[in-house]
Design a protein around this ligand. Structure first.
Ligand code: AMP
Length: 217
């Protein structure tokens, strides 16, 4: 599981982890945006919350994620990104894992000071199709406006506007920091300095994950 505020680099790191370990990357924000693109019932219900930077109601997100985690490709482990964001979501996840005899192994917490987050989000460009993100200063695409991975068009997300990002940060502090503490108390939280460059953060994450594999061996 990857935890961290908006603009902490979760999505970028999650894509690397998922490719390296061959496990599905389940990102609640990406799934919700796909629902909106396909104009599903869930997408329509989520829209107004997402537009103003609020959380989509727990019952909608929990159902969506648990259904995704029950798909065959998730049988050998998944990487959760952006879920859980509330204590109710964390408890629902615990309940599901327990009932399936599965276990949450590690919660990686990407730490970035609040003052850096708005700037990071404001400079973020997202691929319309695969949702990979770029920052023209620290992580530019090879061709301006075009995703390196699939050639998709890069756009700025509506909810990366400064006023919406501030609200997302407030929501994070109020609702998601308690989730970070919840996993810290359980002893499975590892803090990663998210202010370093992307490759360095990647190395720190790999070190934590290899520690996990050694502990299992
Ligand atoms: P993200 O791409 O993770 O930043 O998520 C974008 C938006 O989707 C958030 O601002 C929320 O409105 C919604 N969202 C994503 N994940 C969750 C979640 N676990 N619980 C509630 N809302 C979520």
């Amino acid at each position: 599981m990857l935890l961290g505020p908006v603009g902490s680099g979760k999505g970028t790191q999650a894509r690397r982890i998922s490719a390296r370990y061959g496990i599905p990357h389940i990102a609640s924000g990406d799934l919700l945006r796909q629902h909106r693109q396909h104009d599903t019932d869930l997408g329509r219900r989520a829209e107004s919350y997402m537009e103003r930077g609020a959380l989509v109601p727990d019952e909608l997100v929990i159902t969506m994620i648990l259904e995704r985690m029950r798909m065959p490709d998730a049988a050998h482990g998944v990487l959760l990104d952006g879920f859980p964001r509330t204590l109710a979501q964390a408890q629902a996840l615990d309940h599901e894992l327990l009932s399936e005899g599965r276990e949450l192994k590690l919660a990686l917490y990407l730490e970035v000071p609040v003052e850096d987050l708005i700037d990071r989000a404001a400079n973020r460009w997202t691929c319309r199709t695969c949702q990979a993100t770029y920052n023209y200063r620290v992580n530019p695409p090879r061709r301006e406006g075009v995703c390196d991975l699939d050639g998709g068009q890069l756009v700025q997300r509506d909810d990366d506007r400064m006023d919406v990002v501030s609200e997302r940060i407030n929501v994070y502090i109020r609702d998601t920091v308690p989730v970070v503490e919840y996993y810290r108390e359980r002893g499975i939280l590892r803090e990663i300095d998210g202010t370093r460059d992307i490759d360095r953060v990647d190395q720190d994450i790999q070190a934590e994950l290899s520690g996990l594999q050694e502990a299992r061996a």
